[in-house]
Design a protein around this ligand. Structure first.
Ligand code: PEP
Ligand code: MN
Length: 334
């Protein structure tokens, strides 16, 4: 059950509600976000919710049978939209494109990708500076200097930045340069990191864990929401299965399932989802047809020279062709 509280609720009104819930054997947790004030209630007893609905200080009350609550679609009439600026909205009518290198490598590389994005009307650049790599000997990213470099190039062009944060201690130094924090697949259940992101007022894109279930992804989002941050985006990026003909099994089913279960926007990452360049564009389009609110993919001027994930990275020509197709597709949706 979710009780939406009025902003001006008094402490007496709050304790009246608390006492009533206690009487009904419900545990409740108060959640205050940048957009609302809630009591998330867990309990089993059946009672007429109108009793609480009519109490002073209550704005609305909803029965949510799912085990995750705040991210559930069951209580929110409208899907969540994340407004990045006057024109850029995630979860709106038009699909959003986020594109960029797997890793930030150099000023020249970011400059050329930024120009490519600008030319093609893409307003969000991805690019990792803290890289989770299977091997400790692989390129692990340029760190904060790479992010500053990305920001220095993207900011004047009005291109927003999405980048991965790997641990809580990186948040403070990263925050001034980041528009959307990405939680990577390997950190999808790093609960301390999720808690810390809940205390910020910045959008967070959470990737599905490498072997994560849909429910686990929703619970990860619930961690962030219940700490105070509603600006959440879910991301399908493929899961590990017995199939080894490609890097991951891109779970296109998950897109509609997530859209049905949650009010949060869903973004598809076909680059990591399949891990093979030739298939990325088709899967990106398939994701949008399946209802994704946008795509995130890897692009590089010379993918064969990329320091990470070159095998799944589009070159500029492939990327342009994909963007053109996305525009045609989205015009036919609306
Ligand atoms: C990435 O986006 O470059 C990345 C490492 O993704 P994932 O966490 O999905 O593997
Ligand atoms: Mn990558």
């Amino acid at each position: 059950m979710i009780i939406q509280l009025k902003e001006n609720i008094s402490s007496t009104e709050k304790s009246d509600i608390g006492n009533y819930l206690l009487e009904k054997k419900y545990a409740s947790k108060e959640v205050r976000t940048q957009l609302g004030h809630y009591l998330v209630c867990i309990g089993k007893t059946d009672f007429d919710i109108r009793t609480v609905g009519n109490m002073k200080g209550v704005k609305d009350i909803h029965v949510v049978s799912d085990s995750y609550k705040l991210v559930s679609k069951k209580w929110k009439t409208n899907n969540t939209k994340i407004q990045l600026d006057d024109e850029l909205v995630i979860g709106g009518e038009r699909p959003v494109i986020m594109a960029g290198p797997c890793s930030v490598e150099s000023e020249k590389q970011i400059q050329s990708i930024a120009e490519h994005l600008l030319k093609n009307g893409v307003r969000i650049m991805r690019g990792g500076v803290f890289k989770p790599r299977s091997s400790p000997y692989a390129f692990r990213g340029m760190g904060i200097e790479g992010l500053k470099l990305m920001h220095a190039i993207c900011k004047p062009l009005n291109i927003k930045i999405i980048t991965e944060v790997m641990q809580e201690s990186q948040l403070e130094q990263m925050e001034p340069y980041v528009d959307i924090f990405q939680v990577g697949a390997r950190n999808s259940q790093n609960f301390n990191l999720l808690d810390a992101l809940g205390e910020l007022d910045k959008p967070v894109l959470i990737k599905r864990g490498i072997s994560g279930t849909i429910e686990e992804l929703l619970y990860s989002a619930e961690y962030v929401f219940s700490k105070g941050n509603e600006k959440l985006i879910l991301c399908e990026r493929g899961i590990r299965t017995f199939e080894n003909a490609y890097r991951n099994t891109f779970d296109i089913n998950a897109i509609q399932v997530l859209k049905d279960k949650s009010h949060l926007p869903v973004i598809a990452d076909p680059s990591h989802g399949v891990g093979i360049r030739d298939y990325v564009s088709k899967l990106a389009l398939a994701s949008l047809i399946s209802g994704a609110d946008g795509v995130i993919y890897e692009v590089h001027e010379k993918p064969e020279e990329a320091l990470s994930d070159g095998q799944q990275t589009l070159n500029f020509e492939e990327s342009k062709s994909l963007i053109d197709k996305i525009h045609v597709l989205s015009n036919s949706f609306i």
